[in-house]
Ligand binder design. Structure first.
Ligand SMILES: *Cc1c(COP(=O)(O)O)cnc(C)c1O
Length: 384
């Protein structure tokens, strides 16, 4: 009896498929039905209904996601923000206190700063990259600690082992947004996180053609989030479930290419005379390089580049690229480039941006899966 778990690429292709296959179909069909005949009476959350994520299309996707994350339970949501807001509202209970990593995704930061307090919760922002002094931030109401695998756009890596140990020591739910890492590069549940959330809009789907989110984790907290989602209504449509399932089949293949391409482009840019600094955890010059090597099997495709020059120079450089597309978001097979000061972080004042280390001359690159020689040539010509 061989009980070795199949490898990640095998799981990405086969895990979660119904057995026997539905009418022999290799792909899980889209169950375009909002009503299913009820064979016998059962619990509310088990009724077959799209909003409850219980159609065969939803269940197969959930099983695949759980197999990839090493989770007891996983499910998809209508967007990354649906996964994040539902998870946080559920984790905080009544008048809860949240420890939130500073410098998280803009939507998460906004929700924590503006919406949670309005709903009676409180939030303290903390530096998750440096251990120490976290105890002083605890209150009697602290229920959860929330961090990201890597920050945007400077790719800082939190001290994840310390965050998990801190959460365990104080009975807090440890939650991580692992969008930038994906289960190919980092499986946070193995490290001791309780809940993982993703924007599946990014790498998990990988083709820049849908919005979706994921929640995965230990059974009990994940089931509570699912039951909250069942009432809040942020389920994923069956068509989008099908597309996400299809995208996931090539996730390990794609991540390998993102990892390799980003490392090679980062090395090329770091050596270029027109570049001031490259932020990529795969480079030995990155302050969290050793930590990233310990935690991650690859550093994914996002890197940030400070060019020698000002905002106008950075803007002009970006516009001279011909393969890389100027645009927001990340994680697709196509290379995307954006200027955080004028896009993701434009609502901050120049002083606030400077404090975060996000200068006007900083570009973020989401390195895609094109041939690396072409990407390097594209940047070389634009830097010219
Ligand atoms: C994009 C993103 C989100 C939000 O996801 P949506 O699918 O756009 O709702 C959350 N966290 C991170 C790290 C992201 O990059």
């Amino acid at each position: 009896m061989n009980d070795r778990q199949p490898g990640l690429q095998t799981r990405a292709i086969h895990a979660g498929a119904p057995s026997p296959r539905i009418a022999g179909a290799v792909n899980v069909p889209i169950f375009q039905s909002s009503v299913f005949e009820q064979a016998r009476a059962g619990a509310y959350h088990d009724i077959v209904y799209p909003r409850l994520s219980t159609t065969p299309t939803h269940l197969a996707l959930g099983r695949k996601l759980a197999a990839l994350e090493g989770a007891d339970l996983a499910f998809a949501t209508s967007s990354g923000m649906a996964a994040i807001t539902t998870t946080l509202l559920c984790a905080l209970g009544e008048r809860g206190h949240l420890l939130l990593q500073d410098n998280t995704y803009g939507g998460t930061h906004w929700f924590a700063q503006h919406d949670l307090p309005r709903l009676g919760h409180s939030v303290t922002f903390f530096d998750a990259t440096e251990q120490g002094g976290w105890e002083r931030l605890l209150t009697a109401q602290t229920r959860a600690v929330y961090v990201e695998a890597m920050t945007n756009p400077l790719t800082k890596v939190a001290d994840h082992a310390a965050v998990v140990a801190f959460a365990k020591a104080h009975g807090l739910l440890a939650i991580i947004d692992a969008t930038f890492a994906t289960p190919v590069n980092f499986r946070p549940l193995e490290l001791g996180y309780d809940l993982v959330v993703h924007s599946a809009t990014k790498y998990l789907n990988g083709h820049s053609d849908l919005a979706a989110g994921v929640v995965a984790g230990r059974r009990e907290p994940t089931e509570r989030v699912l039951h909250a989602l069942n009432h809040f209504g942020g389920c994923l449509d069956a068509h989008a479930c099908f597309l996400l399932d299809r995208g996931l089949k090539t996730l390990p293949l794609r991540m390998q290419k993102h990892n390799d391409n980003a490392l090679q482009l980062a090395r090329f840019l770091e050596d270029h005379a027109a570049i001031e600094r490259v932020h990529y955890p795969g480079l030995p010059s990155h302050p969290h390089h050793d930590r990233a090597r310990l935690l991650f099997s690859g550093c994914s495709g996002v890197l940030a580049v400070a060019i020698k020059g000002d905002g106008d120079d950075a803007e002009a450089l970006m516009r001279r690229l011909s393969i890389a597309i100027v645009g927001p978001s990340l994680g697709g097979v196509e290379t995307l480039v954006s200027r955080p000061a004028a896009l993701s972080h434009m609502s901050l004042s120049p002083q606030e941006r400077a404090a975060l280390g996000i200068g006007d001359n900083l570009l973020r690159v989401s390195v895609g899966c094109e041939d690396i020689a072409d990407l390097i040539e594209d940047f070389e010509r634009a830097l010219g």
